[in-house]
Write a protein that binds this ligand. Structure first.
Ligand SMILES: [Zn+2]
Length: 308
């Protein structure tokens, strides 16, 4: 297995045609690539989301917060920039995305996936399959483009049955809580547009050859993670069962973005233990440095060891 981080500068075609010198706007993309046999995995960035620290760390008891965050190298007062790492898998003729980022309607710091894909020579119409971890805006809303048309026009779409049922149930709007009602409306609209193109699967299903679904509920009711290949030569796509370094240090605490914090905490502790014991390389959607690393045990807790 080989892992490398590369940096791309992307300029528009017009600029390249006219500029003899590297001038004008260019956007930088860091891409972490992992290869194992004929499997190639890139962590491509959809941008990031910003959270006030009081929200992001609200579930850590105040008496412990400062010491815990400082021990992780995090400034407890600083705005939290949560990265958005979309997993791109290429093997033979298959081009698979795990989640599709935020699209144009969520926050201005996100929705950059199409540009990031261009940096690794993938056009949206090249994508053969999209596999969803869950229905939150930063994972699902990139399904539609600026004109509300499906961006990945040729892709087969795959979502866990329980997750699909939750976001397409009209009652969710009333039960999700006021602060997340826009999540419910946004998911319903997108899933309605692509409805009959979505194949649903259950926990444990082989969604595509070599890709197995692992239900990791709590962050959302039907949240799924995915095993790709084997622990020795493969990857565990986490989705949001763990979303920040504090979740490794204190997996017993819920997070502010979990729908069911207690269930999410139980899922987090059990799944981190399995990943540490089985030695999986993971790709975390919101983890630093492209999100590729390993889970290590540290007493009762865990650490994320970046592999870049
Ligand atoms: Zn997320």
């Amino acid at each position: 297995m080989h892992i490398a981080r590369r940096f791309f500068l992307v300029r528009s075609a017009a600029l390249i045609a006219t500029a003899a010198l590297p001038i004008g706007p260019a956007r930088g993309w860091a891409v972490t690539t992992m290869t194992a046999g004929d499997l190639r995995i890139d962590s491509v960035s959809d941008g990031h989301i910003e959270f006030p620290p009081d929200f992001a760390f609200s579930t850590i008891p105040e008496s412990e917060r400062t010491d815990l965050l400082r021990s992780l190298g995090i400034d407890p007062q600083a705005v939290v920039r949560s990265p958005l790492n979309v997993t791109l898998l290429r093997q033979g003729d298959r081009v698979v995305l795990f989640d599709v980022g935020s699209g144009p309607d969520f926050v201005p710091t996100a929705g950059k996936l199409a540009e990031a894909l261009a940096a690794v020579d993938v056009a949206p119409e090249d994508v053969t399959d999209v596999v969803f971890t869950h229905g939150h805006p930063d994972h699902l809303w990139g399904l539609l483009d600026d004109f509300d048309e499906p961006l990945f026009a040729n892709a087969a779409l795959h979502m866990g049955q329980a997750e699909f049922d939750y976001w397409t149930d009209p009652a969710t709007m009333d039960t999700i809580g006021e602060e997340r009602q826009s999540f419910a409306a946004g998911a319903m609209r997108r899933l309605t547009v692509v409805g009959d193109r979505i194949t649903r699967f259950e926990d444990g299903a082989e969604v595509l050859p070599g890709i197995r679904a692992v239900m990791t509920p709590g962050h959302t009711p039907g949240h799924m993670s995915f095993q790709v290949g084997t622990p020795e030569s493969g990857l565990f796509v986490t989705g949001d069962f763990v979303t920040m370094l504090a979740g490794f240090a204190r997996p017993d605490l819920g997070t502010a973005t979990d729908h069911d914090p207690e269930l999410a905490a139980r899922t987090r502790a059990a799944t981190l233990a399995q990943l540490a014991d089985q030695g999986w390389t993971i790709l975390g959607y919101h983890l630093p440095d492209g999100g590729i690393g390993r889970v290590r045990r540290e007493g009762e807790a865990f650490t994320f060891e970046s592999e870049v």
